[in-house]
Write a protein that binds this ligand. Structure first.
Ligand code: ACO
Length: 426
């Protein structure tokens, strides 16, 4: 039922085209452009800058005000009071769990942390120096080959089991990608540990001695997971929805999300931040790089700055900055040269007219990269960790898509190629 009507006149078209306008609970109204096809018109919006591709109840962002809500709860409150796994429950169910429900949920996740033993064989097929994201995208897709008992996408119970499996197995797969790349034995998960402690154990433990996770680092890891859990219709989530719209199995859809996340304009940015800091090398080189970032003829951009949606500040970046300070203090890192470059870059960019005018602020990836480096995680693993964290967002959106009547995603185009012409006689 439309809340308002938009009226459109187009040169060369007779009369007025009436388009329904809907209001959500938050955010701008949306104009329903579907009647346009009946008038022989399409809308044109490369990059989906003004297109709402779906209706969703999971996450809301107000980029101008720097607001991020999951099922209505502000990200700052979740980061302070909740945990990653509780936020997973929230994203899956649209409400916080009771104590009993949460204990049951944690128990189920712990019951799924191991991967099928035959999955180990996949890793052996990769070159030792393969990028962990290359392994991740393949191994996640390969999960499709293992869990035939729960692949009916029209069965809500099956969709739920797939979500449990993914939340539980992604840390195991992520840590295996790392262990493989450094030639160390895989560490089996330890279910006596929390989600983030277990991840640190699988990353840094070895079979020869007991690994005791540092509680501050485990808390920071949990925050990184939580702050990346969902971000409404970003490129990778939209990809997962689009892949899901064809009826593809959930593991293949999540692999498509992992692939999309890999790019440096999206999840690859945290790795790109560290690579950029290394390239800058010395604080005295910062002005050159700032000049390059401002030069329209140079494709170089300051990685970790700017966001398609947040035009004032990224609320996740504020929490991440505080966590970054805690981690560096805990580890006694005060005069790291890379950190010094990061701090100076942040200050200069926050004051420079070019960045201020375009509202380019440090985003979540700017700080998460610094924290992960301090914890001892190599930059090639950063996007893998983002993928692990975002899996809950992807699977929640995929599940939401399949819980309602839906259509295959099929965008249209503005064709500017050749008109019809005949194949030449030879
Ligand atoms: N460094 C220098 N200039 C920049 C940057 C940057 N990081 N980001 C944007 N700009 C400039 C653009 O050149 C453009 O300038 P102009 O108006 O003079 O042409 C203006 O700011 C607007 O930029 P757009 O490209 O229109 O912004 P868009 O919304 O398309 O891009 C994006 C957003 C991709 C995040 C971009 O800011 C960027 O590339 N940032 C660096 C990569 C990064 O940190 N990505 C992480 C995103 S967060 C995430 O995925 C969790």
């Amino acid at each position: 039922m439309a809340d308002k009507i938009a009226r459109l006149t187009v040169d060369g078209f007779e009369g007025v085209i009436e388009l329904p306008v809907y209001s959500g609970t938050e955010g701008p109204d949306v104009v329903d452009v579907r009647p346009l096809t009946g008038h022989g018109l399409f809308t044109y919006d490369p990059g989906f800058v003004s297109t709402a591709a779906c209706e969703s109840k999971i996450t809301f962002i107000d980029g101008a005000k720097g607001i991020l809500l999951h099922a209505g709860y502000p990200i700052e409150q979740l980061a302070e009071k909740s945990s990653y796994l509780e936020t997973c429950f929230l994203l899956m169910n649209g409400r916080l769990p009771t104590k009993e429900e949460f204990e049951k949920f944690v128990g189920i996740i712990k019951g799924h942390t191991m991967v099928h033993e035959q999955m180990h064989n996949f890793f052996k097929g990769f070159r030792r120096d393969a990028h962990p994201m290359a392994i991740m995208v393949s191994v996640v897709g390969a999960l499709s080959a293992f869990y035939h008992d729960s692949l009916d996408i029209n069965n809500a119970k099956h969709r739920e089991i797939c979500a449990y499996r993914l939340i539980a197995k992604m840390p195991t797969i992520a840590a295996m990608c790392y262990k493989y790349s450094i030639g160390m034995p895989f560490q089996y998960p330890r279910n006596d540990l929390s989600y983030s402690e277990n991840f640190l154990h699988m990353m840094f433990g070895n079979p020869c001695e007991e690994y005791i996770p540092n509680p501050i680092l485990a808390k920071a890891m949990d925050k990184i997971f939580l702050l990346h859990a969902d971000h409404e219709q970003n490129a990778s989530t939209s990809t997962v929805r689009l892949a899901g719209s064809s009826g593809a199995n959930p593991f293949a859809c999540i692999a498509a999300g992992v692939a999309t996340l890999w790019g440096p304009a999206h999840g690859g940015a945290n790795e790109a931040v560290l690579n950029m800091l290394e390239e800058i090398g010395d604080a005295k080189n910062i002005p050159d790089f700032i000049d390059r970032a401002k030069d329209p003829k140079d494709s170089f951009r300051l990685m970790g700055f700017g966001h398609r949606v947040y035009r004032n500040f990224d609320p996740r970046a504020n929490v991440m900055k505080k966590t970054c300070d805690d981690v560096l203090a805990e580890l006694g890192i005060i005069d790291d040269p890379m950190l010094e470059i990061a701090k100076q870059l942040e200050q200069i960019a926050l004051q420079d007219e070019y960045f201020v005018k375009r509202k380019l602020y440090p985003n979540v990836d700017f700080y998460s990269g610094i924290i992960l480096k301090a914890i001892g995680i190599p930059s090639s693993m950063f996007t893998v960790i983002f993928a692990l964290s975002r899996t809950i967002g992807w699977i929640s959106h995929w599940n939401e898509f399949h819980s309602e009547p839906n259509k295959i995603g099929r965008p249209r185009q503005l064709y500017t190629g050749e008109n019809k012409r005949d194949y030449p006689e030879k």
